[in-house]
Design a binder for this molecule. Structure first.
Ligand code: ACO
Ligand code: AKG
Ligand code: ZN
Length: 394
């Protein structure tokens, strides 16, 4: 589908949109390590980093090297892998952390400090003057080492807008590479995101990165809104793992973005690797891939009701916005149930290499429905009903 004919693509008149040129900051090995179940051995971190690199993410963000001795060593080890993705580490806005970070071999440093009243009072206890001074000191120090530097305001959506714009203006003026907006508690909605990113875009001259928690279910929608408003980079993690119920999931965001920017997404990311990457991380943190996960949920491409099945058999786009083949997956027509219809059963009859007229298929469909009214059916049940019906006719 060409960009012009795709109704989900950004409008050509929408000059700020980055929907078809976004980048990913993959944070499974930072935000994801904050997931309740997460413990990644060095080997597992390396395996995950390589898989993400192979998938095509632009950046891989790692836990702060001051978190623990092993965290620092793991950061150094991942920097030495020679991956295509740039390696970042994530630190507090403090020179002690910055001095350790720049020695790890990372390509860049993501620095964060809370700007909301909550965090200023109950986390670090610092005022905006202090935040501004320490931000300038850390940014200039990291830049002096020739590394990329991003400054982010934690809890941006509960921060005073004047404070926010002032601090972003200050860090932009001294040449920060990116500024970050973080919806740390997952309170923002897509409209608020759009407004804040648009406002910020008018104030800074650098790229804008966004980080969305999913407490209220908006993490993918907010990421999309941010890109529409001109943000360039989105933080993601595999399956969305992170603090509490996590952040924008890599796979879910890919589902959203392939609809809006199919050429860009398909050419940049190895989409058929999503399932393996999710399984790798799910296993590492001992969770199942959710049944309703975009793309890889076990029923994400399963069509059940007869009305759906008929149309899907005629043209899959009737009930599918995503093509399973783009992800190396297959669609499935669920015909072993009482909601099935004769078109779905006809397709099964053909798969079984049996020959029945349409009227005969309609009759056997009624039989299947009758039994489906009494109990759960499985494929073997339906196949034997069809085969028995067929042999009775002979
Ligand atoms: C929203 C986010 O996800 S931000 C990223 C969160 N990541 C992490 O917390 C990384 C893992 N953390 C750790 O290993 C530890 O918390 C450490 C090593 C960073 C700090 O450990 P400790 O010194 O024992 O402090 P503790 O964790 O109890 O409290 C956090 C400290 O950081 C300070 N702090 C919190 N945020 C910031 C910030 N953005 N910039 C500067 N200092 C900060 C707090 O004031 C507090 O210091 P204090 O005890 O001197 O008041
Ligand atoms: O550094 C950032 O931008 C985000 C930090 C974070 O994880 C959060 O605020 O939820
Ligand atoms: Zn977060």
């Amino acid at each position: 589908m060409s960009v012009q004919s795709n109704p989900y693509a950004p409008s050509p008149f929408d000059l700020v949109s980055n929907v078809d040129k976004f980048q990913l900051i993959e944070s499974t090995l930072r935000e994801g390590e904050q997931f309740a179940n997460a413990f990644f051995s060095t080997e597992k971190k390396i395996e995950i980093a390589k898989a993400l690199d192979d998938f095509g993410v632009d950046y891989i963000e790692l836990t702060s090297p001051v978190a623990s001795e092993q965290s620092r060593k793991d950061c150094e080890a991942i920097c030495k892998l020679g991956l295509k993705a740039k390696i970042l580490t994530h630190i507090r806005c403090h020179m002690d952390d910055a001095k350790v970070a720049v020695e790890t071999g990372v390509d860049g440093v993501d620095v964060v400090i809370g700007t909301s009243q909550f965090l200023r009072q109950f986390s670090h206890g610092k005022d905006m003057n202090y935040i501004s001074k320490s931000a300038v000191e850390v940014i200039e120090f990291v830049k002096s080492k020739g590394l990329e530097i991003r400054f982010s305001s934690e809890d941006s959506f509960r921060s005073d807008i004047v404070d926010l714009l002032n601090i972003y203006k200050t860090v932009s003026a001294i040449g920060v590479n990116r500024v970050g907006i973080a919806d740390t508690v997952g309170c923002a909605n897509p409209r608020q995101v759009y407004d804040l990113v648009r406002t910020l875009k008018a104030v800074v001259s650098c790229d804008i990165e966004c980080h969305f928690h999913d407490d209220t279910g908006c993490a993918i929608g907010n990421a999309y809104s941010a890109l529409e408003a001109g943000a360039k980079l989105i933080d993601v993690s595999v399956l969305g793992i992170g603090e509490r119920n996590g952040i924008t999931p890599l796979g879910g965001l890919m589902a959203r973005m392939i609809v809006a920017a199919p050429e860009y997404v398909k050419s940049k990311y190895k989409l058929h690797k999503i399932r393996d990457i999710e399984n790798l991380v799910a296993e590492a943190v001992e969770v199942n891939v959710p049944f309703n996960n975009p793309i890889t949920g076990f029923c994400a491409f399963t069509h059940k009701a007869g009305i759906h099945a008929k149309a899907i058999l005629a043209n899959p786009s009737t009930y599918e916005i995503l093509n399973p083949q783009d992800f190396g997956l297959k669609r499935y027509i669920h015909f072993a149930n009482r909601l099935t219809g004769w078109n779905a059963i006809k397709s099964r009859v053909e798969q079984l290499n049996l020959h029945l007229t349409d009227d005969q298929i309609k009759d056997v469909t009624q039989k299947i429905k009758k039994i489906g009214d009494v109990r759960q059916l499985n494929i073997e049940d339906v196949d034997s009903i069809i085969k028995e019906f067929h042999s009775d006719l002979q």
